[in-house]
Design a protein. Structure first.
Length: 551
């Protein structure tokens, strides 16, 4: 049977920088939870499928700042402490529930005891404490395509200097190569945020983000659904020129072509993003909503585990969703066997949907299309406890499908290169499709501080083009602080209110360190000891060179 088209999961793995930032409710425990509930279960699933002779094949981003944290020996040691604490909590709950005659909850506590034993044993024995190497070996065996992101998840469209974008991407490519053994070819733009070329208020012509990607060897990125469907495909990939972009604010520029396409843009095929070297694929909303939708997505099924209700003593989660709008106090006990049955039903439904979408694309558009189903990795296992089991069931079915090619984004692009350019509008996958989540009344004060730091970094680099010794140490550490300052996590956490004080503290801390470092440089007494102290505190991007902050 001929294949109808291709499918790939694109999973984006990212945790805010939290090394040695304390434990609950904010800080390094974010990493520990993600590793225990998402990364290790996902690794176990993929290795299990390989050992069965199946090829799972998915596209998986590991942000550079996440790689740096997962590879850190202190984080690894703290993770073992975290899982050991979870084991002890389950043991205490077993004794407590047995003593109270609560057999259902005692059974669930034993379920968690086995879950965390498997996590700890996998970390120690199967992966030898090195999750980064485990992911790298999956790519070497053809199971995944590992892709990158901006170094610290910096929100690229809102950065003021091209030099900052280059610093984010140069550090990203370097970290990816250092940890994973090869340079990345595909990138998940932070928050799927894109902007085209434009004339800045000071007269600078700022290239579109695709120009920066091309300079750093990155050949593919992903865009949110509305950006593709609202874009304008034009002509063929060769010989495009720069010109004004229709009704969008006049300072924005995009390629134009004499040959216009009568076909609307579709998320089921790749396009060249204004230049032939860089392609873009849009996120498929039909499959995406099956997971993302708060109203009718799979995770809201009444038999799945309730995320928000935790035991007052252990913090373990013993309840199921139960029903729509059911108060937390009225939640009923979780039944893992009920949830497992729903996982199979939902996996079968999803695979049928993928088949149907690709059949419609082939019939209606006449192309061998791709369904790119993009999610945050941590949604699976952490937020949706059964999510990794669901992924396993979907991958198992698609790996042997006669009608759907299970692939990676890069492999599909190599086999089916784009033949049309698309004019993408500015946007993101945030609420409203623009930059509001990261730049709003609560966060607007942050961006002038970031922009001022960028301009000061520019002046410092220009004043010390060949710094050595203490001056080089200070400039290199200032570049690290600038990267950490630019993380999109800080305005995001302020906007959502999830960890506002923590985010503001991290933002102000990196900003203060950045300025103190450069104060010593400009005073003629660069403080190498301070730079070393701050390096020990954060330990990210050990090979950084301040010259990466370049036009």
């Amino acid at each position: 049977m001929a294949k109808l088209g291709a499918f790939t999961f694109v999973l984006h793995s990212h945790i805010p920088y939290a090394r040695q930032a304390g434990r609950w409710p904010h800080g390094e425990e974010w990493l520990h939870e993600a590793a225990a509930e998402t990364y290790i279960p996902l690794l176990n699933t993929l290795y299990d499928l390989l050992e069965e002779g199946l090829q799972p094949r998915l596209t998986l981003s590991l942000t550079p700042v996440l790689l740096e944290q997962l590879a850190d020996t202190d984080v690894q040691a703290n993770f073992e402490t975290y899982v050991t604490d979870r084991l002890r909590a389950a043991e205490r709950d077993i004794a407590r529930f047995d003593g109270q005659g609560e057999k259902r909850f005692a059974h669930l506590a034993r379920y968690y005891l086995q879950f965390y034993r498997t996590v700890l044993d996998s970390f120690r024995e199967r992966f030898a404490g090195d999750l980064v190497r485990a992911f790298r070996e999956l790519e070497e065996r053809g199971a995944v395509e590992l892709i990158t992101c901006a170094a610290t998840h910096g929100y690229l469209p809102l950065l003021d200097r091209d030099e900052s974008i280059n610093l984010q991407l140069h550090a990203a490519v370097s970290a990816h190569r250092r940890h994973l053994g090869r340079p990345p070819r595909t990138i998940w733009l932070p928050e799927c945020a894109y902007r085209p070329a434009y004339h800045a208020a000071d007269g600078r012509l700022r290239p579109g983000l695709e120009d920066f990607l091309a300079e750093h060897g990155l050949r593919l990125f992903f865009a949110e659904t509305h950006m593709i469907q609202g874009g304008r495909p034009v002509g063929l990939a060769a010989g495009e020129a720069i010109g004004p972009y229709g009704a969008v604010t006049r300072r924005y520029l995009v390629p134009l072509s004499q040959e216009q396409s009568s076909r609307p843009a579709t998320v089921y095929r790749p396009y060249c993003a204004s230049r032939p070297e860089v392609a873009v694929i849009g996120r498929d909303n039909r499959t995406g909503l099956q997971v993302w939708s708060a109203d009718w997505g799979y995770p809201g099924d009444f038999d799945y585990r309730e995320f928000h209700k935790k035991d007052g003593q252990s913090g373990l989660q013993y309840w199921r969703v139960t029903g729509a709008d059911v108060d937390l106090a009225a939640k009923e006990p979780y039944h893992p066997d009920w949830a497992a049955s729903k996982v199979k039903q939902h996996a079968e439904h999803f695979v049928r949907l993928v088949h149907d979408v690709l059949a419609e694309v082939q019939a209606g558009q006449g192309v061998y299309g791709i369904v790119s189903s993009n999610f945050d990795s941590e949604l699976f296992g952490h937020w949706w406890f059964e999510g990794v089991a669901w992924l396993e069931q979907v991958l198992r079915r698609l790996a042997v499908s006669e009608s759907v090619e299970l692939t990676t984004a890069g492999a599909y692009l190599e086999a089916h290169p784009p033949d049309q350019v698309i004019h993408l509008p500015e946007g993101s996958w945030g609420a409203g499709g623009a930059h509001f989540v990261w730049d709003n009344a609560d966060t607007h004060w942050m961006w002038p501080e970031i922009h001022q730091a960028e301009r000061r970094m520019l002046r410092s680099v220009q004043a010390h083009p060949e710094a050595q010794g203490a001056a080089r140490a200070v400039l290199n550490q200032a570049a690290r602080e600038l990267l950490l300052l630019q993380a999109s996590d800080w305005p995001f956490l302020v906007s959502t209110g999830q960890a506002k004080a923590y985010a503001v503290g991290r933002f102000r801390g990196h900003l203060e360190r950045f300025h103190i470092l450069l104060d010593t440089l400009h005073a003629g007494a660069p403080d190498a000891a301070l730079a070393e102290e701050l390096w020990e505190r954060d330990k990210v991007f050990p090979d950084i060179r301040y010259e990466w902050f370049a036009a």
